[in-house]
Ligand binder design. Structure first.
Ligand code: ADP
Ligand code: ASP
Ligand code: MG
Length: 412
């Protein structure tokens, strides 16, 4: 069972979660629980660090941010003890959550889960801090924002759990963010592949790497609300699609930046140079567009996450000695809007309908990328809500009732 930040955001909610876990135990289950930092703690810690240093060292950032989850596990364990049940809390490093050394977005390499098994065997409810791990050199790492989902799924795989339940502040996975489209449709099931795309394309409800793990290790994964008893969404190998529907969901990513290299000399290996240099700095490049060549020179543009923009521009400018170009430009505040659905390949005209819908909002599309199960458009950020609402109804996704959302929340 994994509980997100808003599910444990107050003392009252913490008590409620403790009761839910105890109920589960009393139904005869062994429970391993993963918790996030309370409420907006992680954001607050980031703000605090920025007041002291605009570009805090990544190692120290991980040291700071992991404290949030450590508070939650201890308090939740105390709340369970108060209900008369045995519980024991652990940090990520105590339960052998071994990662590589990429601070801020570390990858799990191995989990030495014997400590969890021993504690379970003694009848404990085991509570593990989400989002954190440790390198072989005993350096503390974090898995990236939203990474507690990944802790939960990876642990579920490591201990061979029957089920991994992600408890959050909405009733499950919806056709799009129910905070933007109140008539978003709750999905009873979704395939790993579609969920993976939605998560990678910005649907915050699950961390992309969590879905990757679930698919790879065939973890039964359910997303449900910690505030209601409604059935959630089952993420599984293959999910049924309504007759004739091509699009399962719509995702958005508000944090997109574009870099354009103008007048680059056109010779083999230039693109490779740029993207190798960016990869060495662990910067993920997303959509790439190269325009036609003129007088032996070409322009190309690519997108990176807003957080990586400054560094990416620095890296590109640093390549001046290796190949010639006229200028480097950048633009932040863009969004990527994507439609996802396994039925897309067999339904003609889906992309055309998307372009037309966006065009009718008076918005021009800057870049496009497609795969078998998705189409993404990069547009300027101003009309995001209108675009999503329009796409949601154009693809017939509107539900007849309003979605459940557990209280207000600022989206990061
Ligand atoms: P937690 O703290 O529980 O991990 P998150 O904020 O990370 O919660 O994820 C839940 C949020 O994801 C919801 O409040 C919702 O606004 C957002 N969200 C975005 N896309 C979707 C979607 N397709 N279905 C459900 N929720 C979504
Ligand atoms: N507390 C971390 C965050 O806010 C991890 C998580 O909640 O999953 O990103
Ligand atoms: Mg989350």
């Amino acid at each position: 069972m994994k509980f997100g930040g808003s599910s444990v955001g107050t003392v009252e909610r913490m008590k409620h979660v403790a009761q839910r876990i105890v109920d589960k135990k009393q139904q005869g289950h062994q429970c391993v629980v993963v918790v996030s930092a309370m409420g907006d703690t992680t954001d607050e810690l980031i703000d605090l660090s920025r007041q002291l240093n605009e570009r805090p060292p990544a190692r120290e950032m991980d040291m700071l941010l992991t404290t949030g989850e450590q508070v939650s596990v201890a308090l939740l364990s105390m709340a369970i003890h108060a209900l008369g049940h045995e519980a024991v809390s652990y940090t990520g490093w105590q339960v052998g959550m071994m990662t590589d050394g990429t601070h801020g977005k570390a990858r799990i390499k191995d989990i030495k889960a014997h400590k969890i098994r021993e504690a379970l065997a003694k009848g404990n409810i085991v509570i593990v801090a989400g989002f954190q791990g440790m390198t072989e050199d005993q350096e503390i790492t974090t898995l990236g924002r939203g990474g507690s989902d990944t802790t939960a799924v990876a642990l579920a795989a490591a201990i061979g759990a029957d089920l991994c339940e992600i408890y959050t502040d909405v009733d499950g996975v919806y056709s799009t963010d129910p905070r933007i489209v109140r008539k978003a449709r709750k999905l009873n099931e979704i395939s790993y592949d579609e969920m993976l795309e939605l998560a990678f394309l910005g649907a915050a409800v699950l961390h992309p790497r969590a879905v990757e793990y679930a698919k790879h290790y065939k973890v039964r994964l359910v997303v449900r609300s910690s505030f209601t008893n409604h059935e959630g969404t089952l993420v599984k190998e293959e999910a049924v699609m309504e007759q004739g529907a091509a699009v399962r969901g719509i995702a958005y990513d508000k944090n997109v930046a574009k870099i354009s290299i103008l007048g680059a000399e056109d010779r083999p290996g230039v693109l490779a140079k740029v993207f190798t240099a960016l990869a060495e700095e662990k910067i993920d490049v997303d959509v790439i567009v190269q325009s036609g060549v003129k007088d032996g020179r070409a322009d190309f543009s690519f997108t990176v996450s807003g957080a990586d923009l400054e560094k990416a521009v620095e890296v590109v400018k640093g390549l001046k000695g290796e190949f010639d170009f006229e200028d480097v430009r950048s633009e932040s505040g863009l969004v990527k809007v994507s439609i996802v659905g396994a039925g897309m390949v067999s339904t003609p005209g889906v992309a055309a309908k998307m372009f037309d819908t966006i065009y009718r909002q008076g918005v021009s599309i800057q870049m496009v990328s497609t795969s078998e199960i998705k189409v993404s458009c990069i547009v300027s950020g101003e009309n995001l809500t209108e675009i999503i609402l329009a796409l949601h109804s154009a693809f017939g996704l509107d539900a007849s009732t309003e979605a459940f959302v557990g209280g207000p929340k600022e989206r990061r």
